[in-house]
Design a protein around this ligand. Structure first.
Ligand SMILES: Nc1ncnc2c1ncn2[C@@H]1O[C@H](COP(=O)(O)OP(=O)(O)O)[C@@H](O)[C@H]1O
Ligand SMILES: [Mg+2]
Length: 305
């Protein structure tokens, strides 16, 4: 080897955050998150903060001042249909691009996937799920169902112990996200402080405002290549105002279900018209949702106030 081939290994003294940001390509994921999801401002801010923190952590590594693998387990709390599962999938993408998980994969489970019915069934079931999720994100929906204090020998406890152990020992290779109603998660953490102490980020998902639900509906319609005519939009607003007050209202999920039913009614309407000899339908007719497609909902059966 010649002398001028030898390059002095100078210790790095500066880290280029912008270069790390560009290389990771998380900018795209964050921009998509902003664009595809209506509202959720506080959630989006938290995701950006976490992404920035992890990027800085990468920079610290390059300068040799990192303090071990950061804990990344999270809790997403909020009512049904507030976007927890959707955001968890984006989170997995962010973690993957930053190299904190090996696979851009989210395995979503509930108590039934982890806990067995009979003695000796729970540990293998939980281990099987963990094996499947390893290297990515394990999303445990309605995590509090794992803990049933009213059942003295509930097998959920066994799953909890294995999860807690794995969340600690494999935390450089598995990110666990617990999800569920905020108040029930809180009760769950009170009885299971081990879980709380392992969670690095608690993110609360607020309910959507009526105008956000309308925007979500319009965005879903664009994706499905349908649209409201002007009257239908007004009827849908009225539909939302009524639906929000019902006890089983589930935010964006209720919006999706309502649109699915409206599309069925539209199809019925078009078919009935064709049977009556209305002739071929154009693209407009096949895309348009009309007021009657929404007004036929049972939500309108009850008096409005
Ligand atoms: N902010 C949003 N903008 C657009 N669509 C949304 C938004 N939040 C939720 N959705 C849609 O609503 C549905 C339910 O969301 P999901 O993430 O499953 O909610 P959760 O897991 O909190 O019950 C999904 O179809 C999702 O795409
Ligand atoms: Mg969900």
């Amino acid at each position: 080897m010649q002398a001028d081939d030898i390059i002095e290994e100078e210790p790095q003294t500066r880290a280029d955050l912008m270069a790390l940001y560009r290389e990771s390509r998380i900018g795209e994921v964050l921009a998509e998150l902003d664009r595809d999801l209506v509202g959720l401002a506080p959630v989006k801010t938290r995701i950006r903060e976490i992404a920035a923190h992890l990027l800085v952590e990468r920079a610290r590594e390059t300068l040799g001042i990192a303090s071990g693998a950061p804990t990344l387990h999270m809790c997403f709390s909020g009512n049904p249909g507030t976007g927890k599962t959707t955001v968890a999938m984006r989170m997995a993408q962010v973690l993957h691009r930053l190299g904190y998980i090996r696979r851009n994969q989210l395995v979503s489970v509930t108590r039934d996937d982890l806990v067995g019915q009979y003695i000796g069934h729970t540990a293998p079931k939980t281990r099987e799920v963990l094996k499947r999720a390893m290297g990515g994100v394990l999303f445990i929906d309605e995590a509090y169902y794992l803990y049933r204090p009213e059942n003295e020998r509930d097998y959920g406890q066994e799953a909890i112990e294995i999860l807690l152990q794995t969340m600690e020992s494999q935390r450089d290779d598995l990110v666990v996200i617990l999800a569920g109603y905020e108040s029930r998660m809180e009760t769950f953490f009170q009885s299971n402080p081990g879980f709380r102490s392992r969670i690095a980020h608690h993110i609360v998902f607020p309910n959507y405002e009526p105008h956000e639900l309308l925007r979500i509906a319009e965005q879903m319609l664009i994706e499905m290549r349908y649209r409201f005519d002007d009257d239908a939009r007004r009827v849908f607003e009225e539909y939302l105002a009524r639906r929000i007050r019902q006890p089983n209202f589930a935010n964006a999920r209720s919006v999706r279900n309502a649109l699915d039913r409206a599309r069925l009614r539209q199809a019925n309407r078009l078919f009935a018209a064709a049977e009556r000899g209305s002739g071929p339908a154009d693209a407009d007719a096949l895309m348009q949702l009309e007021p009657c497609d929404i007004r036929a909902s049972r939500v309108f059966d009850e008096p409005s106030s």
